[in-house]
Design a protein around this ligand. Structure first.
Ligand code: HEC
Ligand code: HEC
Ligand code: HEC
Ligand code: HEC
Length: 118
């Protein structure tokens, strides 16, 4: 009896997964402005999907200098895109499928910055 119930449950879950949109079936959601993008836009050329390189992000986002202008705040010397950390990989802070992490705060007691799109 219990075994038959488990089999029915497994079948029901299987059917739900088949009916779900592809992004869900593949276990990922994309945050914010990138939500409608094709997986290949960021993952082209990868045999196994992993964080794309900075080059991929900068194709659309220009340069670290351009980003630094956007996130400069008058009176605040801590700019995530302009610091002694240099031009590190974007994905050290930005996540596209999970939660972003403002790594500067790991060492500095500074105000948090809200990530757009999350
Ligand atoms: C095909 C172009 C494209 C690529 C590739 C791309 N982005 Fe974007 N991104 C956009 C657009 C368009 C926006 C919305 C307008 C803006 O904020 O510049 C955006 C917005 C953002 C935002 C603001 C939050 C939001 O959701 O609006 C962040 C942060 C961001 N992108 C980071 C990244 C990172 C990191 C990568 C690489 C992993 C990346 N982007 C790759 C086009 C792109
Ligand atoms: C040290 C962490 C860190 C790194 C590395 C980083 N970012 Fe950001 N980024 C942030 C934070 C924090 C914000 C939100 C700050 C704010 O809006 O004041 C942000 C905001 C942005 C925005 C939105 C800007 C706006 O106001 O419209 C974009 C786009 C973006 N980042 C893209 C990138 C890209 C592309 C890279 C790599 C070239 C990158 N970031 C590297 C922390 C980082
Ligand atoms: C805007 C760029 C972007 C798009 C579009 C995108 N990804 Fe990603 N993907 C990333 C980044 C950045 C990572 C590194 C982990 C993270 O940021 O959450 C990643 C990591 C992954 C991983 C590795 C597991 C993990 O979370 O680390 C998988 C699997 C994945 N992506 C699948 C997909 C699928 C499927 C799609 C299309 C539905 C997609 N991605 C679209 C940027 C993107
Ligand atoms: C691994 C720890 C660590 C991380 C991560 C880190 N910093 Fe620092 N930072 C330091 C140390 C150590 C100093 C020098 C001592 C000091 O002045 O606090 C410093 C100094 C600075 C200063 C000059 C200090 C002042 O008060 O004038 C700025 C601005 C700064 N960091 C910004 C950043 C930003 C922005 C990020 C993220 C992109 C970042 N740091 C990430 C350790 C770190």
């Amino acid at each position: 009896m219990q075994i038959r119930f488990k089999a029915a449950l497994a079948a029901a879950i299987g059917a739900m997964l088949l009916a779900a949109p592809s992004a869900f079936a593949q276990g990922v959601t994309i945050h914010g402005s990138h939500a409608g993008m094709k997986c290949e836009t960021c993952h082209a050329g990868q045999t196994q999907k992993a964080a794309p390189s900075q080059k991929t992000c900068l194709k659309c986002h220009g340069s670290y200098e351009a980003l630094a202008k956007k996130t400069a705040k008058p009176g605040e010397k801590f700019n995530p895109h302009d610091s002694h950390m240099g031009r590190i990989e974007c994905t050290q802070c930005h996540s596209m499928h999970a939660t972003s992490h403002y790594i500067c705060r790991d060492c500095h007691a500074i105000p948090d910055r809200k990530f757009k799109g999350e």
